[in-house]
Design a protein around this ligand. Structure first.
Ligand code: IYR
Length: 227
């Protein structure tokens, strides 16, 4: 039963222009140093940093504020091992048979292959699930009923952007990894039928000898248009 909206004061902190520029430059300077990391140290990470980053992700805007996401933090060595083995099996099949030559060529500069040791090395793997639909109890019948989630793909994508930014700003390294298909994650992590694995994010500190591919982001002139 729809009820009327309730409003509250916005509580918007208007900054002076100097402070705006300072924060903008500081944030851009930090964010522009983010790299995807594929070589992790096994050094532990304070769980509070992971929890805070997920808090930030959970503050993202979402379709109808339905917050159609679940963030599963995996630290158990046995589970990480299971996930690695299943991911490598799918990835091996993908790299050797499923991906087109065009796709493989596009990945050449990244130097990736089917091996995913980072899933075990990183102290935490955050698996983000998208709730394709919601579930609530019908007040009359007591039965569980599905309800539509709007723009769940876009919503979870935005939340993952927040998550990656928060992890990076806290001095952690992460990788956006999408083994394909990802159904095995629902089984290993025992997730309900309305949840679909969206992305798997190993998080930790880079290994001492970690390298990243020498690739560059497009300059502003190439991505921005003014009218
Ligand atoms: N999922 C594979 C392949 C891969 C695909 C894209 I698109 C990338 O940007 C990177 C890798 C893997 O993780 O290796």
């Amino acid at each position: 039963m729809p009820s009327n909206p309730v409003f509250e004061p916005l509580n918007f902190a208007r900054l002076g222009e100097t402070e705006q520029s300072r924060r903008s430059e500081e944030f851009a300077g930090r964010m522009l140093r983010r790299r995807s990391v594929r070589h992790f140290s096994r050094e532990p990470v304070p769980i509070g940093l992971i929890e805070n980053a997920i808090r930030v992700a959970g503050s993202a805007p979402s379709g109808a504020n339905q917050q159609p996401w679940t963030f599963v933090i995996v630290s158990d060595a046995g589970l990480k091992r299971k996930i690695r083995i299943a991911a490598e099996a799918e990835e091996k099949e993908s790299y050797q048979r499923r991906m087109s030559q065009e796709w493989l060529d596009a990945l050449t500069p990244l130097g990736t292959d089917w091996r995913k040791p980072h899933i075990e090395d990183a102290p935490y793997v955050i698996v983000v699930f998208r709730q394709a639909y919601g579930l609530r109890l019908d007040a009359n019948t007591g039965e569980e009923r599905r309800y539509r989630h709007y723009y769940s793909e876009e919503s979870v994508g935005i939340a993952v952007g927040f998550l990656l930014a928060a992890l990076h700003i806290s001095g952690l390294a992460a990788l956006t990894h999408t083994p394909s298909p990802m159904k095995f994650l629902s089984e290993i992590l025992d997730r309900p039928a309305n949840e679909r694995a969206f992305v798997l994010i190993p998080v930790g500190y880079p290994a001492a000898e970690a390298e990243a591919p020498a690739i560059r982001k497009k300059p502003l002139e190439d991505i921005m248009v003014r009218r």
